[in-house]
Design a protein around this ligand. Structure first.
Ligand SMILES: *Cc1c(COP(=O)(O)O)cnc(C)c1O
Length: 465
């Protein structure tokens, strides 16, 4: 298996290069040069009618990494990645009403779906770095969820140090404590006196400084990394294998950077039968507007109750563009250039009609988010977090038009966003037992000014090189 860039100007490379590099040299994102094909019936005859999540993960991921490791290595990495999950079946599938289901993606160490990808990516990084006798320094910025998931994925690994910048005083308490209460000696939390954009700008500036970047062998685990998408493809097969022998399913996905729902589309391109992908947006509705009009137009980001979806530029969207432009990298590049220069592009009537056969979307505001949390709690006795609520209402709006089962992906545990849940329905969701002393744990972080030189010096001094 080799990987090509969505901008079409980088040489095809094997998995191990894609893993550590993240972005392709031409600025594009990596995709497999050909989607491997699987069938539900074939997986069931190989693994039995009720396969466990880990065995299925190995079968689904294997064609993407073949040539860069042994299958037994992959099995080991998968087993270790999911050993920290709080649910035996990793992603429990719950029936909520007739043909309306919820796939709980939040049983990992930090209670959000990002753990499913990042726990495996941490193992893959460690495996590859040890093979290369290499050490890296991961530097990242977070507004909340990604930072804690990345820290949990990298903690206590000898081949890496991780520095995460968060805006001082601007993350939720649960999010901050999940990062700062980690005691591992390769984990460093920096609270920047500034906002999230300042943190992100600092990381970009450090990446742009070639001398510094090489000095610390700087790396990232951001959401454009192919390996994250790859790990997420697994649960789309996992859900379908439990619901059907080969009939289509609908997936409703609360979306921000578009990595999660694109993984579903990847599963579809591998042969998974899907009736529709329902893309759920909060009031930052750039994706909903795109799927309705074929036009992508950037606007300002407004804060909502579902902060992990408060995004204007969905970085993984480039991968969908590449597929709908029939893998024409030049056209992808031109289109994104247009978006950067004028803040808008359009894919045209024809392409929009094609998209409508597989995609639909809707937008859910804060008021509707709270009402949905309350309604689901009151009527069904099931607590959902604000991100999942955006998905739930979107799925609800479309169900009557759909023939096959509808599965909403629950992307965070309700206790990760206790304030919004309590405001919505009066119930304060409890943290799972592995985190029940989170509010008593000692925190470790360094408060630094929004100053590139000071942050760089701190990283150089602290890292375990
Ligand atoms: C990151 C995140 C999302 C958005 O997922 P994308 O892959 O960026 O579209 C949705 N919900 C939660 C809880 C998240 O952490």
């Amino acid at each position: 298996m080799r990987y090509i860039s969505t901008r079409g100007k980088s040489p095809a490379v094997p998995f191990q290069d894609v893993l550590l590099r993240g972005l392709a040299p031409d600025g594009g994102l990596y995709l497999p040069d050909d989607w491997p094909q699987l069938r539900i019936k074939q997986l069931k005859s190989k693994l039995g009618d009720n396969p466990d999540y880990r065995s299925l993960a190995v079968e689904v991921i294997w064609p993407f990494v073949e040539g860069s490791m042994e299958k037994s290595d992959l099995s080991q990495l998968v087993a270790r990645a999911y050993s920290s999950f709080n649910a035996d079946d990793i992603v429990p599938l719950k029936r909520i009403r007739n043909d309306f289901w919820i796939a709980e993606l939040f049983h990992g160490p930090t209670l959000a779906f990002k753990d499913i990808a990042l726990q495996l990516v941490g193992e893959l990084f460690q495996f590859q770095l040890q093979k290369n006798s290499e050490k890296i320094t991961i530097v990242g910025a977070t507004s909340g969820d990604t930072g804690s998931a990345a820290i949990e994925a990298c903690r206590d690994r000898e081949s890496m140090d991780i520095f995460i910048l968060h805006p001082h005083g601007r993350t939720s308490e649960v999010q901050r404590r999940q990062m700062t209460s980690v005691t591992s000696k390769n984990v460093f939390n920096i609270a920047i006196q500034g906002n999230f954009d300042d943190c992100q700008d600092l990381v970009k500036a450090m990446f742009a400084d070639e001398k510094f970047r090489e000095q610390i062998n700087m790396s990232a685990v951001n959401s454009i990394n192919w390996a994250r998408v790859m790990a997420q493809i697994v649960y789309y097969w996992w859900v379908s294998i439990q619901l059907t022998d080969g009939k289509p399913v609908n997936f409703c996905v609360p979306s921000g950077n578009f990595g999660n729902v694109f993984a579903g589309y990847g599963a579809y391109l591998m042969g998974l039968p899907v009736e529709r992908f329902l893309v759920a947006s909060n009031t930052n509705d750039v994706l909903d507007r795109f799927f309705r009009t074929g036009q992508m137009q950037l606007r300002d980001v407004a804060p909502t109750f579902s902060p992990s979806m408060d995004i204007q530029i969905s970085s993984n969207f480039e991968r969908l563009l590449f597929e709908i432009f029939e893998r024409d990298g030049v056209r992808v590049e031109e289109t994104l250039q247009k978006l950067r220069s004028s803040g808008i592009f359009s894919i045209g009537e024809e392409a929009l009609k094609g998209l409508g056969e597989k995609w639909a979307s809707s937008k859910v505001n804060d008021q509707e988010t709270l009402e949905t949390i309350a309604k689901v709690s009151n009527e069904l006795g099931y607590l959902i977090d604000p991100h999942t609520a955006v998905g739930y209402l979107t799925a609800d709006r479309y169900t009557k038009d759909l023939e096959h089962p509808v599965v909403t992906l629950a992307t965070a545990h309700p206790s990760k966003f206790p304030d919004a849940v309590q405001q919505a329905c009066g119930i304060l969701p409890e943290l799972p037992s592995h985190l029940d002393d989170l509010y008593e744990r000692k925190e470790f972080y360094e408060i630094l000014p929004n100053d590139e030189q000071i942050v760089k010096s701190y990283i150089l001094e602290q890292r375990n090189s």
